[in-house]
Design a protein around this ligand. Sequence first.
Ligand code: ZN
Length: 181
Amino acid sequence: MRRRAVVLGAVAGVLSGLAAGARAARPPDPDPEPFLLLRHVQTGEVLSSRFERRGRLDPDEARRLEWFMRDWREGRSMPVDPDLLQFLARLRHAAVLEGHEGEILLHSGFRTRKTNEMLRRAGKGAAANSLHLRAKAADISMPGLRPSRLARAARRTGLGGVGLYSGFVHVDTGHPRHWTG
Ligand SMILES: [Zn+2]
């Protein structure tokens, strides 16, 4: 009996060792209660949101986030893709694990076609069929974190598109791809 207990103990040790190795190689697990702390660069508004309740998008929080990420030039909004909220929360969580405060600065969220065209003509790197038009993209930065590091963290999540620009990082919920603008 004792021998059997020893063998089982050894097997359990190997399994937990493997599990620890697998954890180290993976990007950090998502926050079980995703949280966002956002500051809008253009409007100065601040919003903190725990946008899920028991694993489902909280409709009141979704509305607050929709308005926060509105096209501020036009005063128009569109429901934000929940996967984009998860993407942002994952980035925040990864940054917090590395000792960052976790505040995300929003440079641009939803855009109407009119605003997007204006930015495109001004040479601000807006694509004609940008995912900003469908509230599936955000241009963000984090205070004290170089955009190149933020872009690397965003790519590691594998959650969507990542574009590195001077001063901000574009993230979207399109298929995973990356570029430098
Ligand atoms: Zn963008």
